[in-house]
Design a protein. Sequence first.
Length: 170
Amino acid sequence: MIKTKRLGLIPLEHEHLLLYKNDAATLAQILNLNYQPSQNDTATEADHQEAIEFWISNTATHRTHFEWYTNWLIILLERKVSIGGIGFAGMPDAEGKTMVGYGLDVRYHGKGFATEALLALCKWGFSHPNLLSIIADTPAQHMASQKVLIKSGFCETGRSTDIIHWQKER
């Protein structure tokens, strides 16, 4: 677990991800958390479901380095509840890059939790010598996510019609 002032980040192993998808209450019990049903942003729910399948598939394949392929639950320590998730899209590639993504329960938006979690995961990632830069993509209209990236030291590297590309260097 990675700990910050207010948060804990727990990387989910393959078996945990199966529960995350099918029985979140049992997962909370196993992790000694208080269960609270998630209230996800409906605009990103399809992306979240796609990410779950990515995590399940890749943690089965990459058990030794699962932390690079999984969802890290974001835990609000004072209440012992999961408030979202964050993670990388795999180990650093030949250029030393990986992508990051994150999402919070809508009840916890605007409180600095995403920034706190992103800074903590970036610190963990950059502690590995092969990681030189972290990239992220955000929808052009998703201003809150863009603020998180800016506060976390990411710089815009380009745009397409509806996506903004970001990068943070070691």
